[in-house]
Design a protein around this ligand. Structure first.
Ligand SMILES: *[C@@H]1O[C@H](CO)[C@@H](O)[C@H](O)[C@H]1NC(C)=O
Ligand SMILES: *[C@@H]1O[C@H](CO)[C@@H](O)[C@H](O)[C@H]1NC(C)=O
Ligand SMILES: *[C@@H]1O[C@H](CO)[C@@H](O)[C@H](O)[C@H]1NC(C)=O
Length: 397
């Protein structure tokens, strides 16, 4: 019992502390202070102030709705005089975080199921019926070959197909784009965001905007960066593209809404920033399948016969993307960053120890002062003793 108490009592009643060696050497002293200053500057200047190490962060969650407005009038083919409104050129009427605006179109009116000549191409041109294998079809043809060779026009014969007739001929894309007036259309982008961690939410329609302002304002990167109404032509221009060229073949444009907020400041300082960027490959010359297009049809009945009008729509898809993060003072990251900064100060000691013990002329002298050398001699006795103890215990057994 007594022996057990001595060690426990010693532990409780004693205090041990490392001994510090103070070395009066100018070089090492200056180096040590300089390293400490650099580390403090890094911790305070970079980690705490610049990288806002005193804040906790949260990323944006948000939702987007869009509404396109504008009227286009065309009086060339495919229709004599035709007015296009949003219900005609926004396809589909509503999408998640994006909208498609038709800018160019190839219309094949009043198609019915039947037999008619195929559009001329390498595989469909023919001299006689024997050039057209009945039943042949592949991904390039508009229908199934009937086995006949018929007149396509005065000069060319092509194979007859069973298909939606007359078949679409999309060899020539209208230029300039049929709905070139879309350049002057506008889109209202409504975006609500939240930083759930900080119970903060906001809209991109700022609180100082009133109804009359919203009716007339147009987004301009320099003059009016908070107006949520965008002219399509401006968006395309900000993305570094030429609307007239883009409208012909179509493409994809990104509208990025960035919310980077410091919630330690006033909430009115938390404002969106818009970035515009073309997202698809823009080099028409180098691309095999350029632009963006798809087909859709409108079906109706003419005297009991199913009839359709086929549209090959070219246009611009706008993808609206919301991202960002907010920071607010929080004691936990602050303490963690200060703590790890203090730990870094230990680097200065390690560095100076290396210099003192290995690189200075008097390093042996300093080594002697820093370490208390203990001979191995005593250790040798001890091990012999323990060897004897083992021997003794064997003997008693
Ligand atoms: C767009 O509007 C402006 C001014 O209202 C007009 O001068 C211009 O011709 C229009 N652009 C197109 C493509 O219709
Ligand atoms: C709306 O706001 C604009 C400036 O943002 C201001 O000039 C105008 O007077 C306001 N109109 C009303 C009705 O408050
Ligand atoms: C529909 O049928 C009626 C009577 O059979 C005919 O007079 C009319 O021209 C037809 N309409 C079309 C579009 O074929």
């Amino acid at each position: 019992m007594a022996g057990c108490c001595t060690s426990v009592c010693d532990f409780i009643l004693e205090y041990d502390t490392p001994r510090i060696v103070l070395i009066k050497n100018k070089t090492v002293g200056v180096i040590n202070k300089m390293v400490q200053v650099v580390i403090l500057a890094y911790v305070i200047g970079w980690v705490l102030v610049w990288e806002k190490g005193y804040q906790a962060f949260d990323s944006t969650i948000g939702t987007v709705t869009t509404k396109v407005k504008g009227i286009a009038i065309t009086n060339s083919s495919p229709f004599e005089e035709h007015v296009w409104d949003a219900a005609d050129y926004v396809i589909p009427p509503q999408q998640e975080n994006s909208f498609f605006l038709m800018t160019n179109v190839i219309v094949s009116k009043n198609q019915v199921q039947g037999r008619c000549p195929e559009v001329p191409s390498k595989t469909t041109r023919c001299e006689s019926d024997s050039d057209c294998a009945a039943g042949f079809h592949d991904s390039q043809t508009n229908g199934v070959f009937t086995g006949k060779c018929v007149k396509y026009n005065e000069k060319v014969n092509t194979c007859e197909v069973f298909a939606w007739c007359p078949v679409e001929n999309d060899a020539v894309i209208p230029e300039p784009a049929i709905l070139g007036e879309a350049e002057n259309f506008t889109v209202l982008i409504k975006n609500s965001i939240a930083f759930p961690k900080f119970h903060f939410s906001k809209r991109n329609i700022l609180t100082n905007a009133n109804t009359s302002y919203l009716k007339t304002c147009r987004f301009k990167q320099e003059n009016d960066p908070f107006c949520p109404i965008f002219r399509i032509g401006d968006v395309v221009h900000e993305a570094g593209e030429d609307f007239e060229k883009l409208a012909v073949q179509g493409g994809v444009i990104g509208i990025l809404i960035k919310w980077n907020c410091n919630l330690d400041l006033s909430p009115s300082k938390c404002v969106p920033k818009y970035i515009f960027q073309r997202l698809d490959n823009k080099n028409f010359r180098e691309t095999v399948s350029p632009g963006y297009n798809f087909r859709f049809a409108k079906y109706f009945n003419v005297n009991g016969t199913e009839t359709r009008t086929l549209f090959k729509a070219f246009g611009i898809r706008f993808e609206v993307e919301v991202f960002g993060q907010a920071g607010q003072f929080d004691i936990i990251p602050t303490m963690i960053n200060i703590g790890s900064g203090l730990a870094l100060l230990g680097m200065a000691t390690i560095l100076c120890d290396i210099i003192v013990l290995y690189f200075l002329k008097k390093s042996n002298y300093y080594k002697e002062k820093k370490y208390k050398f203990v001979d191995d001699y005593e250790l040798g006795i001890e091990s012999e003793d323990s060897y004897g103890a083992i021997q003794n215990s064997r003997n008693t057994n």
